[in-house]
Write a new protein. Structure first.
Length: 433
């Protein structure tokens, strides 16, 4: 991933240095197990830990060897032998490259998940704080981009909180599913390595043994993992899109924080653009794009092939690094979001009471008017508001058919904003407990 959209902690997980260190730990833990069951000398396992553990793996040297061998794991093992010496012959006993590669990938994805889960927790904390801050800040709800009925800005944020809570739960499940270890040898039969080795390595690395690996860990696990990241990205885009709409000049109910010295346009000095949430929309597209190749990786030939390998070398780092950066950016947007309650009130009243139409409709039906006639009466008056800028309440009060069913007091009562927010406490209790 390019540095512009990267954060150091997540990038470090995918560095060659980290990858080779994990490879070494897999091999060394396997040697411990092999020594314990008498396949290799215990002193050899100890030497491997001492010399390999103290080594600083030279990425350039491994790359140099790989240019000749055309095999990354063999290149690493050759370099490791340069540190370990004669006992290196006991490394990789009965194992195959996929045992190292797939188990390492599981460790990296698990570590990446821990960072992403922390990102989501931080976002949830920001959403909760702002939701309670604006719990009673009345604003207009929109459907199809058109004024619908009143809600509160706190309810909007509570919805986002509930959605990202589900994202957290899905990622926890995906993290559990991806965290499996395969040390089963060629075609996964354990013919040349005892299953107890796999169990030992899995325990040491905080993984579970893969029930049937067929030499590679089944890629349905990875497909679910990257699909989960795609869903999280979609939820992120949903919230970013809401903020982008609310920042439009003619709406301006909320906007991204515009810092001192910030400039919105090279040509127009007045501009304050929603650049962060637009950026988040783009990054979400990228994270989702990685889900499809992960699904296509599921169908490998027979017990294994490596058509998935090049894909995962890209999507593993890029998907997790991008989502980590994006979640952190979204958290910052929410923490610093500038909210304009006065503009919310102004927009709510822009069409002079039109948003109370449903209450009048229901009142007419309860007064004995058929639903079809009630709809006709309310819509007739509502269209005058749209087309002529009339006052909805005044139009209703002047409508003889409406007045035949409802008194002035009954009509005026239907314009109480408090009616629409009376269950906000219930919603917050459901979301936040």
């Amino acid at each position: 991933m390019i540095p512009r959209y990267s954060r150091p902690e997540m990038v470090a997980i995918w560095s060659p240095e980290t990858r080779f260190r994990i490879w070494f730990e897999i091999e060394a833990h396997a040697c411990d197990a092999l020594a314990e069951i008498g396949v290799i000398p215990k002193q050899a396992a100890k030497t491997i830990w001492e010399k390999g553990g103290a080594a600083t793996f030279d990425v350039a040297r491994i790359d140099e060897i790989e240019r000749e061998t055309k095999h990354d794991v063999i290149a690493f093992l050759t370099h490791l032998a340069e540190f370990v010496g004669p006992d290196a012959r006991f490394i990789h006993q009965g194992m195959t490259s996929s045992d190292v590669l797939d188990t390492c990938f599981a460790v990296q994805l698990k570590r990446a998940s821990d960072i992403l889960l922390d990102d989501i927790e931080r976002l949830l904390a920001a959403l909760k704080k702002r939701a309670f801050e604006h719990k009673d800040t009345v604003t207009i709800g929109r459907s199809h981009g058109i004024h619908a009925e009143p809600t509160t800005f706190g309810v909007k944020l509570a919805q986002a909180y509930a959605e990202f809570s589900r994202c957290r739960d899905r990622l926890i499940a995906a993290r559990e599913e991806i965290a499996t270890c395969a040390i089963s040898g060629a075609v996964g039969t354990f013919a040349n390595i005892d299953p107890r080795v796999e169990e030992h390595v899995a325990e040491k690395l905080g993984l579970k043994a893969e029930p049937v690996s067929t030499q590679v860990i089944p890629r349905d696990r990875h497909a679910m993992y990257f699909a989960t990241l795609g869903v999280i990205a979609s939820s992120m885009e949903r919230l970013a899109t809401e903020i982008r709409h609310l920042q439009r000049t003619e709406v301006l109910e909320a906007e991204e924080y515009f810092s001192p010295g910030q400039k919105g346009s090279s040509a127009m000095p007045h501009k304050r653009n929603p650049v962060l949430t637009e950026n988040l929309t783009g990054l979400a597209r990228m994270v989702r794009a990685f889900a499809l190749p992960a699904m296509e990786n599921v169908a490998l030939w027979h017990e294994r092939d490596i058509s998935h390998s090049s894909v995962e070398r890209m999507i593993g780092p890029d998907a997790t690094i991008t989502l980590d950066f994006a979640l952190a950016r979204l958290t910052g947007v929410i923490e610093k979001l500038v909210v304009y309650p006065e503009n919310m009130e102004k927009n709510l009243n822009k069409f002079r009471g039109l948003v109370h139409s449903q209450r009048v409709l229901l009142a007419l039906t309860q007064a004995g008017v058929s639903r079809e006639d009630a709809y006709r009466l309310v819509q007739r008056n509502a269209m005058r508001v749209w087309q002529e800028g009339a006052d909805f309440l005044e139009e209703l009060l002047a409508d003889e058919e409406v007045r035949a069913a409802l008194s002035e007091e009954e009509i005026r009562e239907k314009f109480d904003l408090g009616y629409h927010t009376k269950h906000v406490d219930t919603i917050f209790e459901r979301v936040f407990g």
